[in-house]
Design a protein around this ligand. Structure first.
Ligand code: GDD
Ligand code: MN
Length: 378
């Protein structure tokens, strides 16, 4: 019988749910987490819970503890592998869960007691209400992080801000939360192998990808409480990867970026062409002509992006306000271009041409990200 088609005696469909729990040295916490999950099963009788522990060869007794628990819970499973980071463990775990258990929904959850299993029915309630992605959020009303240091709170807030704006997921307040319930049909559409992150930034890549795949998101408040035992595995390397991953989040669609760059390139010729026309044919003064030729290229870029690059987007704002936004972004990134050049040339002391290229490169990426996610926001 197909797992997805299980029905009870009344003919109600059983919803298959798989919890994927990454563990690294959670010997003292895993029992309480697993027991906490299964004790909620009775509260949602229309669901069947399975738990998959993804242990990266912990050096403590995590695997032994899980093996003992498997004897008690037949729906508990474990896969193991080398430690390459949280994201890598999730990729393996999610793919294994999808192919082996064919669940309707997958939970992501920490194994250290920071995610309260008592909230599971609240997640499932939102799933039943039609949401395909339910996020346990620390940053909506009612959510909190009582145990976070000022530094961790700052990093988390800033990280979320960057993900929300660069990744086009402004509507989600907690994009890095590790407590989520995801519909398998949306998860299957995501190319997990393509999400290149290995560490914690996998969480932000995945949420952006899910939204691109059309996931309808609901956040419910959670209290991200103290760890039961042990300490966080978030490393400096994870934080660096997180920052480097931010620009990638914006490039959801490579096609859009290629088109945008082509338009940008065409602007160069429009600008130069108008300048030659104005000075050589109309006899305009050299100091005045660029003002008009720059504006001409801006308008031609705007029109090409509007009617070609982002043609398929459903937009809210009027054309004229988009044109204003485009000008603002151009002005802002122009300043950024100059500042990067200045920093590189005067302070880092690289060659002027290289400094200029770096300035243009940084500004072009920033430019695309802001225009794509603000000016032509879907
Ligand atoms: N298999 C595996 N491999 N598990 C890992 C690894 C790894 O390399 N690194 C961490 N884990 C497991 C931990 O054992 C724990 O169960 C869970 O992943 C979360 O790790 P913590 O080290 O406890 O993370 P945290 O509490 O600092 O971070 C939480 O908040 C972040 C956002 O602030 C997590 O929920 C993250 O997912 C979240 O991004
Ligand atoms: Mn934790």
């Amino acid at each position: 019988m197909d797992l997805k088609d299980k029905r009870d005696s009344l003919g109600t469909k059983t919803v298959e749910v798989c919890f994927v729990l990454p563990t690294y040295n959670e010997e003292k916490n895993i029992r309480q987490t697993v027991e906490g999950i299964f004790s909620n099963q009775i509260l949602v009788p229309t669901s069947r819970f399975r738990v998959l522990v993804v242990d990266d060869n912990s050096s403590d007794g995590t695997q032994k503890e899980v093996t003992r628990l498997i004897a008690k819970y037949p729906d508990l499973h474990m896969i193991t592998g080398d430690k390459k980071g949280l994201g890598d463990a999730y990729k393996r775990g999610l793919l294994y869960a999808l192919s082996s258990f064919k669940p309707d929904f997958v939970f992501q959850m920490d194994s250290d007691g920071q995610h309260d299993p008592k909230l599971i029915p609240a997640f499932i309630e939102q799933i039943n209400a039609g949401y395909s992605l339910v996020v346990g959020s620390r940053f909506v009303e009612g959510g909190s992080t009582p145990d976070f240091s000022f530094r961790r709170k700052f990093i988390s807030r800033l990280g979320n801000l960057l993900v929300r704006y660069a990744g086009g997921v402004r509507h989600i307040r907690d994009c890095t939360s590790g407590y989520r319930c995801i519909s398998s049909s949306h998860l299957e559409k995501c190319n997990l192998g393509f999400l290149s992150t290995r560490g914690y930034s996998f969480q932000s890549s995945l949420i952006c990808e899910l939204v691109v795949q059309g996931a309808k998101c609901k956040e419910i408040p959670i209290t991200f409480s103290r760890r039961n035992s042990g300490s966080s595995k978030l490393s400096l390397r994870d934080q660096v990867e997180f920052i480097l991953n931010i620009p990638k989040l914006g490039f959801h669609s490579h096609k859009d970026f290629i088109k945008y760059s082509t338009v940008g390139f065409s602007g160069l010729f429009v600008n130069l062409g108008s300048y030659i026309f104005l000075t050589r044919y109309l006899g305009m003064a050299e100091v005045v002509a660029p003002i008009i030729s720059i504006e001409t290229s801006l308008i031609s870029n705007f029109l090409l992006n509007n009617f070609w690059t982002f043609k398929k987007r459903n937009l809210e704002r009027a054309l004229i306000s988009r044109l204003m936004q485009f000008h603002l972004v151009m002005g802002f990134t122009g300043i950024f271009n100059y500042l990067t050049f200045f920093l590189m040339f005067k302070i880092v002391m690289v060659n002027d041409i290289l400094a200029n290229l770096l300035g243009i490169g940084v500004a072009a990426i920033l430019n695309y990200l802001i225009n794509s996610n603000w000016t032509w926001k879907k």
